[in-house]
Design a protein around this ligand. Structure first.
Ligand SMILES: [Cu+2]
Length: 370
């Protein structure tokens, strides 16, 4: 494929995704412009020496992603700077790369009287976490993350889970205050839901429990959750004026493990999705960590204001540009989109974000446009 064809394909992929996310064609030219600048910097930096490459070589042993080529990493001198740069450039230029399946989309409830009913099915799927890269995943309704469940304080909620996995499972509603029998922990609050069985969870979204929460497996969880049995459970405040206003919102679920290594919303760069905002908008980002490691997410160009931990509003918001998010935590931040451009947004444990062969894993961008 010629570079022109590749560029055309990438443009098509970007426009396809732009259609989903509302990014205008102007963003595309902006992205090309900024990427061009970035590559100039990259070439300059790589000409300075090989110390970085050696550090990356040792860290690459910990990568569990297909972009980490250990045989190449063991012979760094075999690769020219030009070859390395070409791989870095190709990865960035393919962003955002189209892949099959998109998790975390809102699940519309079915009403049963005044009860909001959410139907979930857990099953084994083949999940494309990066272009052409598939892994066996355990998924709710076929996607990773599972569909977003969103209710309002005071709602009566029913979640019906059918287990079509080859092993037992349960759902724990992480962060929700609910009756003990609905807490979803095998042999503490309920028997495991065996293969082929269905279990019904029912509770009220309590006033005072608004915020960013999660649902996930609590059985063989180190394996089941990292393989995909996770999702966002968002409780809207009954009175929206009780929480800070924003113009648009994104949820970023962090995960690390068997499906794609280090992922944002079930995808590894360049298959992650960009965040977009118009200049001057205020963006709410709900970070949720479903993985086994801490991930310090770093936004270039603008600070983030932390407004809530685990759903609970902070008495005093504070600003930062690198946010540690531990397993189980949900942290809400506001970003004032004051700076035009395409800004890198990535985990700052660098071996979760970049190898000798380019960026992968927990990398996306915030695009601020006119
Ligand atoms: Cu990380």
């Amino acid at each position: 494929m010629s570079s022109h064809d590749q560029m055309t394909t990438n443009r098509r992929q970007f426009l396809w995704l732009a259609g989903l996310t509302g990014v205008s064609a102007a963003s595309l030219s902006l992205l090309n412009f900024v990427i061009g600048d970035h590559n100039e910097e990259t070439r300059t930096r790589n000409a300075e020496g090989t110390a970085t490459a050696e550090a990356e070589q040792s860290s690459s042993e910990h990568d569990h992603t297909p972009t980490s080529n250990t045989s190449a990493a063991s012979t760094p001198s075999a690769e020219s700077a030009e070859d390395m740069d070409a791989l870095h450039e190709a990865g960035v230029k393919s962003f955002p790369a189209a892949t099959e399946g998109l998790g975390g989309q809102p699940l519309a409830p079915v009403m049963d009287g005044n009860v909001k009913v959410f139907n979930l099915e857990a099953s084994v799927v083949s999940w494309e976490y990066a272009p052409g890269q598939y892994a066996e995943a355990f998924a709710y309704n076929g996607v990773v993350p599972g569909p977003e469940i969103r209710v309002t304080e005071g709602d009566q909620v029913r979640v019906v889970l059918t287990n079509n996995l080859p092993e037992s499972t349960v759902i724990h509603f992480h962060g929700l205050m609910l009756p003990n029998s609905m807490d979803g922990v095998p042999f503490i609050t309920q028997p495991p839901i065996k293969p082929g069985e269905t279990f019904t969870y029912e509770f009220t979204a309590r006033p005072g429990n608004a915020g960013s929460h999660m649902y996930h497996s609590h059985h063989n969880a180190a394996e089941q959750v990292t393989k995909g049995l996770l999702g966002a459970f968002i409780v809207e405040p009954a009175d929206p004026s009780t929480r800070p206003a924003f113009d648009r919102e994104y949820t970023i679920i962090l995960n690390d493990g068997p499906i794609g290594g280090y992922t944002l919303n079930g995808k590894s760069f360049p298959a992650t999705q960009p965040l977009t905002a118009k200049l001057g908008e205020r963006v709410l980002v709900r970070f949720m960590n479903e993985g086994l490691m801490i991930h310090p997410m770093h936004l270039h160009g603008m600070p983030m204001t932390v407004i809530a931990n685990d759903g609970y509003l902070l008495p005093q918001p504070y600003m930062l540009d690198t946010l540690n998010i531990a397993p189980g935590q949900r942290i809400d931040v506001l970003i004032d989109a004051t700076e035009l451009g395409v800004w890198a947004f990535h985990c700052h444990i660098l071996s979760h974000a970049e190898s000798r062969h380019g960026m992968f894993g927990m990398v996306t961008v915030l695009i601020v446009e006119e």
